[in-house]
Design a protein around this ligand. Structure first.
Ligand code: PLP
Length: 359
């Protein structure tokens, strides 16, 4: 068997142990005589899977009892509409635009009410996180929306933004479960699962119970948080297999020390890469130091042809998917929970060799 180090931004690497368990259980899940893919979502055997997945996720993220966990579909992008539909109670919401996804979320919200961009970092190609203070938030805004880790630009909020007593909503698609977060500081957290938790197809929403029930009248039932909560994410067929894999990933994370341990590993991995880049004469990190992401490390040589050569030679060396997003260029190494430290060390060794050969 040969596995590459896959630096894809998403879908991305899953822990090998989890993939092996999926393979072992593929045709006969725990003596049921079927694959999880083949089961009725209303069967007792599947009911146990989804309940255990939720319980493990709650344990892993330390989610308080007054929050609901929803297992939905449609990707994080569907939440760009679901958030304003459910939470724009009086019709006003404030958005921080710190990258492409938060810009998309802002644009979508404008369709449903008075959405205002209160801060942006577009002036410097989203290389930093704009500062937010409570006085920037409109008095009557229903919520403030942020994207906590900007997957494309490799930036992350250094701390939870202070929005005073306003409801904070965060897109955590590319950093969820990478480190502990204080869920109580947020009214709503959502994330596409395909970066750090599961295969594509599953979107997780964590929502404070008192925020349910203020959806606009015309909200499609599939986007209605209250409806989904009341039906335990089973209004219709949920993404059954992705939920099962997410459950295995949560067990893997718990077994490996939970989110404190994930944070320690992730900090260590990111430091190996950033420390080398900062010492390099060839490579340069694109994000400002104080808001660098631990998950998505963006860097350039400053020469587009050389960047291309780097990605090509890296690919041949088993270091895959390092090409940066088309809007930034250069390189991006996504090093989520499942990327082992050895993968980052192999990347740095390759970069050193490349630098020596191309100086
Ligand atoms: C990937 C990503 C999205 C889009 O996710 P989809 O599931 O493809 O809709 C949104 N926000 C962030 C932060 C992302 O990383």
């Amino acid at each position: 068997m040969s596995r590459i180090y896959n630096f894809s931004a998403g879908p991305s690497m899953l822990p090998l142990e989890v993939l092996e368990q999926c393979a072992a259980e593929m045709t006969d899940y725990k003596g049921s005589g079927m694959s999880v893919m083949e089961m009725s979502h209303r069967s007792p055997v599947y009911d146990a899977i989804i309940k255990e997945t939720e319980a493990d996720f709650r344990k892993l993220m330390n989610i308080p009892d007054n929050y609901k966990v929803l297992f939905l579909q449609g990707g994080a992008s569907t939440q760009f509409a679901a958030v304003p539909l459910n939470l724009m109670k009086t019709g006003k919401a404030d958005y921080v635009v710190s990258g492409q996804f938060s810009k998309k979320a802002f644009k979508e919200a404008q369709k449903y009410g008075d959405a205002k961009c209160i801060a942006s970092s577009e002036d410097r190609t989203f290389a930093y996180i704009p500062e937010i203070t409570p006085d920037m938030v409109r008095e009557d805004a229903d919520y403030v929306h942020v994207c906590y880790n900007n997957t494309i630009f490799g930036t992350k909020y250094p701390e939870v933004p202070n929005v005073g007593d306003k409801v904070l909503v965060a897109d955590m698609s590319s950093c969820i479960t990478s480190e502990p977060v204080d869920v109580t500081k947020f009214g709503c957290i959502y994330a596409g699962a395909q970066k750090n938790m599961a295969p594509a197809g599953l979107t997780v929403v964590i929502i404070r119970e008192d925020l349910l029930g203020t959806e606009k009248e015309f909200t499609p039932v599939m986007l209605n948080y209250k409806e989904m909560a009341e039906n335990d994410s089973m209004y219709n067929t949920p993404p059954c297999y992705a939920i099962y894999v997410a459950g295995l990933v949560y067990k893997w994370a718990l077994k490996n020390g939970g989110l404190e341990a994930m944070k320690k590993r992730n900090e260590e991995k990111a430091a190996i890469l950033y420390d080398y880049i900062d010492s390099s004469k060839l490579f340069k990190a694109t994000a400002d130091k104080k808001c660098r992401s631990m998950m998505n490390v963006c860097f350039v040589t400053g020469d587009a042809d050389l960047d291309k050569k780097f990605c090509k030679e890296a690919e041949a060396a088993g270091l895959s998917n390092l090409k940066g997003h088309r809007s930034v260029g250069g390189m991006r190494a996504s090093i989520y929970n499942a990327m082992p430290k050895e993968g980052v060390e192999a990347l740095v060794a390759f970069m050193k060799k490349f630098e020596a050969e191309n100086a």
